[in-house]
Design a protein around this ligand. Structure first.
Ligand SMILES: Cc1cc2nc3c(=O)[nH]c(=O)nc-3n(C[C@H](O)[C@H](O)[C@H](O)COP(=O)(O)OP(=O)(O)OC[C@H]3O[C@@H](n4cnc5c(N)ncnc54)[C@H](O)[C@@H]3O)c2cc1C
Length: 529
């Protein structure tokens, strides 16, 4: 198959979809879901040479995968829970991702402030074990630092009773940008991935095995059937809906837990080191992580009954984060200081013990193979997306007796790979694409659409032509991070963003108006009144 994207350099979704339709082949793998998990599986399969198609019902990373705490981490908390296997696996993956996407994954210093001698001992030893588990893929060694040094590194930290801090290393990244770069890597390696295509039905062969999907183009409402030798359900908190299509009445496999984050101006946390509070009043970990010139505070762990693509932060979650963070920062943030609030849903594998609290459920992933040979994946973390992809393709090969092709993603550079990242460059997250974007600016590099967020008009066109952005939300939430960094500012620039998009996509004024209206309504949810 020839992938038109490779020849043209830019992307036109309509032409691209027609190419998929015209292919009239049996795919080796169809992956349902374009979050971290589905993208990891599709890239692994593509890199092994399988004919792979990924379909996403909304935009890539519209679900949980754009709403994480932005950490590529082994998981200090999982170590405290004794889940050494998960920490070891995640630490290895952290190291590999740092090597393969150095333009997106940063070695980040974290400081655990300690207020008792027991905590000093506990966290010094615990974090040494954390370093040791990562082995040669460790990002650096942890050390105890004095009270004076802790205050110097975190100028706002509450100093009364402070004994010092333990400094350790983990990874920090931009989740939806990594998702977009994974899509581009799939394209470049000969695989297919397309957004706004919703699976509405599973096709079965005469033996009752899953052999294809019916999918609706959410833009035109047209239905298509695609056949495949294997079907993968990687739909995060929506896996049970697909399992119902497979077998009505199937048991619930997933347990949903919501996590909320608040974004503040960095004046509340004027530090380049992240803060990790290992045990808050509800027993969870709370982070303050510098991100794109702001600080992200989070998160919570609230069981939720219904999965949704736009979950709403609860008042009690917002208050909990403001109060807890306020205990550690010299200036207490108020509601009116919050630039954006976003919520995400964890797709946790439902525990055997129904009473288990969501914060105690393991973040390990689990693969289920239905009697129809539908492959479903549950749980996991962004950090381990690559390993989850590898495990799934290995499992498909084994179950369907395909023979084993060597996995290739452990050393595969992700689109945008650039060895020397200047983290102060506003375009740093484009990696090697930043040079091309600057060329398109034609000498207008200071002509910002948003001076505050350092978003240039050229980025809008780039998002459409190279990253398959289809709506104002795609551009302002996931190609740039405007909505999550400053929701009011994102609302201010939405009309101009829509006008640029309408021009590039050939849309009319009504489209522009609808886009702005829809985006404004969404942005309301990210603004605290
Ligand atoms: C608050 C919070 C903080 C987190 N922080 C971290 C962190 O710092 N580091 C870390 O490693 N992990 C973190 N995680 C975990 C990580 O974000 C998730 O494990 C991961 O993003 C899940 O990805 P996914 O692809 O399984 O799900 P999703 O990203 O939700 O993707 C599933 C996709 O399937 C699509 N879909 C559903 N139904 C259909 C259909 N019928 N047809 C087509 N497509 C469909 C959805 O639209 C969605 O885009 C965090 C999670 C939460 C909730």
């Amino acid at each position: 198959m020839t992938n038109s994207l490779l020849n043209k350099g830019t992307i036109d979704r309509e032409i691209y979809l027609q190419e998929i339709v015209d292919a009239t082949i049996d795919w080796d793998l169809i992956v349902i879901g374009g979050g971290a998990t589905g993208l990891g599986i599709a890239l692994d399969a593509t890199a092994r040479g399988y004919k792979t198609l990924l379909v996403e019902q909304a935009d890539f990373a519209k679900g949980t995968s754009s709403r994480s705490t932005k950490l590529v981490h082994g998981g200090v908390r999982y170590l405290a829970q004794g889940d050494v296997k998960l920490v070891r696996e995640a630490s290895i993956e952290r190291g590999l991702l740092h090597r393969n996407a150095p333009h997106l994954v940063k070695d980040q210093n974290f400081i655990v402030p300690v207020y008792t001698l027991w905590d000093r001992l506990k966290y010094t030893i615990g974090l040494k074990v954390y370093d040791w588990i990562a082995g040669r893929l460790s990002l650096g060694s942890s050390v105890f630092i004095s009270k004076k040094e802790t205050i110097k590194k975190i100028p706002g930290i509450k100093s009364s009773g402070l004994k010092g801090g333990v400094l350790y290393h983990d990874g920090q990244f931009d989740d939806s940008r990594l998702a977009i770069n994974l899509v581009q890597s799939i394209w470049e390696n000969g695989g297919y991935a397309i957004n706004y295509m919703q699976v509405t039905n599973l096709m079965k062969d005469e033996k009752g095995n899953a052999c294809g999907i019916t999918v609706m183009d959410m833009e035109t409402k047209k239905l298509y059937d695609f056949k495949s030798k294997s079907i993968v359900n990687a739909t995060g908190v929506f896996v049970d809906a697909i399992l119902q299509m497979d077998k009505p009445g199937s048991n619930k496999t997933i347990c949903v837990s919501q996590g909320v984050h608040l974004v503040l101006d960095k004046k509340f946390y004027p530090s380049s080191e992240a803060l990790m509070i290992p045990e808050t009043s509800d027993g969870r970990v709370l982070f303050a992580v510098p991100w794109h010139d702001k600080v992200v505070l989070g998160t919570t762990d609230t069981p939720v009954e219904e999965a949704s693509l736009e979950p709403l932060a609860l008042e009690k979650e917002i208050n909990f984060i403001l109060e807890t963070a306020g205990n550690y920062l010299s200036t207490k943030p108020q509601r009116s200081d919050v630039l954006s609030v976003f919520a995400g849903l964890r797709p946790l594998a439902a525990p055997q013990n129904g009473d288990q609290k969501t914060k105690e459920i393991s973040r390990s992933h689990k693969i289920i193979v239905s009697t129809s040979k539908l492959f479903t994946i549950l749980g996991g973390k962004w950090t381990t997306y690559r390993k989850m992809g590898e495990d799934m393709v290995n499992r498909i090969e084994k179950e369907l007796k395909w023979g084993h092709k060597k996995p290739a993603t452990a050393t595969l550079h992700i689109h945008g790979f650039a060895a020397d990242t200047n983290w102060n460059d506003p375009l740093y997250f484009y990696g090697s694409d930043a040079t091309l974007i600057r060329q398109h600016m034609n000498g207008s590099s200071n002509d910002w659409l948003s001076e505050e967020l350092k978003i240039h008009r050229t980025q809008i066109r780039w998002a459409i032509e190279h990253e398959m952005a289809r709506t104002v939300e795609d551009v302002l939430s996931r190609r740039t991070r405007a909505l999550l960094l400053n929701a009011k500012e994102s609302r201010r620039i939405a009309p101009e963003c829509a006008a640029i998009m309408a021009n590039v996509l050939g849309k009319d004024q009504q489209w522009e108006k609808d886009q702005v209206e829809t985006f404004n309504k969404l942005a309301e949810q990210y603004i605290l009144n």
